[in-house]
Design a protein around this ligand. Sequence first.
Ligand SMILES: [Zn+2]
Length: 156
Amino acid sequence: MIIQGSKSALQGYDGKYRQRTERLVEFTKDACKLYRELLNFPDDVTIVIKPMKKFAGLYYEDKKKVDISFKFNPNIPFLEILAHELVHAEQHHTSKIHPVWLEKKHAWAYYWDGKLWDNDITDYQRYINQPWEIEAFTRQSELALTVWEILEAKYS
Ligand SMILES: [Zn+2]
């Protein structure tokens, strides 16, 4: 596992976010040791704490990389976003989900549990109703709480 702050998070904005980013990196390292016991994500996953505009977190299955926004304090919401993206990492790592190239549509789509899913996402409701998002949203709170119970004494 590689867990680091991006160059812009550490050095950009006149160094304003360096401390926060460094703290989040340490917090994420501790959290991921615990998530490792709860989730089957790749050993060589990379997690980058960085400025993000649109999303709080993203998982890139092709790079086995999680991006997490640095605009979170080390608290439960941050742990939930981290858990959410690591559930996606597990889904890909265990091949519960895998991308397929649809030549006819000239677009990527996903197989989920052996079934092809239409990936034309037109709105947020359809986005969060995809089965892999339902699973990630359903599991994130409990995973985060489990990890927070262990980390609380050190970080609160
Ligand atoms: Zn998601």
